[in-house]
Design a protein around this ligand. Structure first.
Ligand SMILES: O=C(O)c1cc(=O)[nH]c(=O)n1[C@@H]1O[C@H](COP(=O)(O)O)[C@@H](O)[C@H]1O
Length: 237
């Protein structure tokens, strides 16, 4: 199924590159984008990332950089050299770090990856956030980091779809809301806490839906992706 400007980013969290490549070979770059995260990058490295990009896919390199500004800036530049479509940092790294990342990407020649910032991980609920942050409501923390990221010139944030509706009234219309924790009706939550269905996420204004296990671990990943894309098309109609 081909859809224009694919909204689904399939999270490839495999420890076996053959399994990942088998799935990628069946996927259509017009029907989804791909996310390569810490596990696969650590096992299979930048050359494999380049191979996936050469197959025509937009790749979100999800390494969630969080370090001193100089280190994060250089890491972002390294990510850009691979030709990735999107790269992310942790917004809690702060203003100086995010601006350094943005400046580093602005200085690269050719296509510059989108730069997004993780706000509050979708695996966290209020109780977990309280344990690290004191008593700040999740929604408020996400809003604060979203505005900080936007003011630093980033292209968007990673948040849960549960915050999307409120954020849409706050951030620029083209500021990307990238939302993991997407669970089609009836699928297993796993370790995700702040979840939403693809349809609700779209209705609440998200830009991209990051979906891993509900697709990659399903009996028929292609059918699962098609069903999600169809629900998005139905919503957009
Ligand atoms: O940055 C991310 O992509 C991310 C941020 C976040 O807050 N929560 C989150 O789940 N992710 C990633 O999104 C993917 C979600 O995968 P599933 O839970 O299998 O759908 C994983 O690869 C996570 O690393």
């Amino acid at each position: 199924m081909k859809i224009r400007d694919a909204k689904v980013i399939v999270a490839l969290d495999f420890d076996d590159v053959t399994l990942a490549n088998d799935l990628i070979a069946k996927l259509d770059p017009n029907a989804c984008r791909l996310k390569i995260g810490k596990e696969m990058f650590t096992y299979f490295g930048p050359e494999w990332v380049k191979q996936v990009i050469e197959m025509g896919f937009d790749v979100f390199l999800d390494l969630k950089f969080h370090d001193i500004p100089n280190t994060v800036a250089k890491a972002c530049k390294a990510a850009a050299s691979l030709g990735v479509w999107m790269v992310n940092v942790h917004a809690s790294g702060g203003e100086v770090m995010m601006k350094a990342a943005k400046e580093a990407l602005d200085s690269v020649s050719g296509r510059r990856p989108l730069l997004t910032a993780v706000t509050v991980l979708t695996s966290m609920d209020q109780e977990q956030l309280d344990a690290v942050m004191g008593n700040t409501p999740i929604q408020e923390q996400v809003k604060k980091l979203a505005l900080l990221a936007q003011n630093c010139g980033l292209d968007g944030i990673v948040c849960s779809a549960q915050e999307a509706k409120a954020l849409r009234t706050l951030v620029d219309p083209n500021f990307a809301l990238v939302t993991p924790g997407i669970r089609p009706e009836g699928s297993d939550k796993g370790d995700q806490k702040r979840i939403a269905t693809p349809k609700t996420a779209m209705a609440d204004g998200v830009s991209y839906l990051v979906i891993g296990r509900p697709i990659t671990q399903s009996d028929s990943p292609l059918d699962s992706l098609d069903a999600i894309n169809q629900s998005i098309i139905d919503y957009l109609r």
